[in-house]
Design a binder for this molecule. Structure first.
Ligand SMILES: [Zn+2]
Length: 291
């Protein structure tokens, strides 16, 4: 029952409220970013659908893009109503080049990341089943966040997050290199810390659900525990993921052109400022429809 209420509220919001709010905010929000080049925001064509050479176990749809991410993609000369914020990996030959760009925007961002690392926070990927209890604790740790009220604070049950593991589980490589879902978390060592009956000896304090759809990766769900946000665990998580992407060594990130995290029109000014300091910029993403 609670999930149905949440789905109805979100459906009304996405269909009726968000497009109007977006129109009202667009000009002001885009003015927060420096213009780069003639055509701005730049248009980037992306492949996202299941391709002919995807392995049989690939779960991507060959014809349509599913879920909330469709709101950020334009198709057939119909631009999206939102302006996606992305990091265009083509702009950065190395992670050092990306960090140098970030430093120009804010000299304080990367030192905050180093400080979080010195405090013992560590970012890495994890199987969701291993940390269902911690993810639930993060999601229900605050009533209000940068994007508004958090319905999950009142409605979310443990089983809505996932099925908790009942024995130790290892991370497994997804079947398709170009279409996958992967969870990354920020952890802090805590001997004896358990998830149900399974002792994991570390606590997850922030997470992101990464969804790779062909040429881009979507930050589909990004959240930190209210007790740890002041230690900059979100910045640590983002910059460790960027390092992984820009090192370009893992076959799972080969061919990734962009990282997408919401739109310029969404959330408060503070959230957009955070994204700008994290290296995100406005762009137009256009879906290439043939596979
Ligand atoms: Zn695939």
């Amino acid at each position: 029952m609670p999930r149905t209420v949440k789905q109805i509220v979100l459906a009304i919001y996405h269909a009726a409220v968000e497009p109007l709010a977006a129109l009202a905010r667009r000009r002001k929000r885009l003015a927060m970013f420096e213009r780069r080049g003639e055509a701005w925001p730049p248009e980037i064509a992306v492949r996202a659908l299941r391709a002919r050479d995807c392995p049989p176990r690939c779960k991507a749809d060959p014809h349509r893009i599913e879920g909330v991410v469709a709101r950020y993609l334009g198709v057939r000369r119909r631009p999206s109503r939102l302006t996606p914020l992305i990091v265009d990996l083509d702009r950065y030959p190395t992670n050092a080049a990306f960090e140098s760009y970030v430093r120009k925007r804010s000299s304080r961002t990367l030192p905050k990341v180093r400080r979080a690392q010195r405090l013992g926070y560590q970012a890495k990927r994890f199987p969701l089943a291993r940390h269902v209890h911690d993810v639930h604790a993060v999601k229900t740790s605050m009533k209000r966040r940068a994007f508004g009220l958090v319905l999950d604070y009142w409605l979310l049950r443990l089983e809505d997050v996932g099925k908790p593991a009942v024995k130790p589980v290892a991370w497994r490589t997804p079947p398709c290199r170009r279409h996958w879902t992967m969870w990354w978390g920020v952890f802090v060592s805590e001997p004896g810390h358990a998830q149900g009956a399974v002792t994991v000896d570390e606590r997850l304090v922030a997470y992101v659900k990464l969804v790779r759809r062909g040429d881009f990766i979507h930050y589909a769900d990004l959240m930190g525990h209210g007790d740890h946000l002041n230690e900059n665990v979100m910045a640590l998580l983002h910059f460790e993921i960027m390092r992984w992407l820009l090192d370009r060594e893992d076959p799972l990130v080969e061919g990734v052109r962009a990282v997408l995290y919401g739109a310029a029109e969404q959330g408060g000014d503070g959230l957009v400022t955070w994204k700008k300091r994290a290296g995100f910029e406005p762009a137009r993403l256009t879906l290439i429809e043939e596979s």
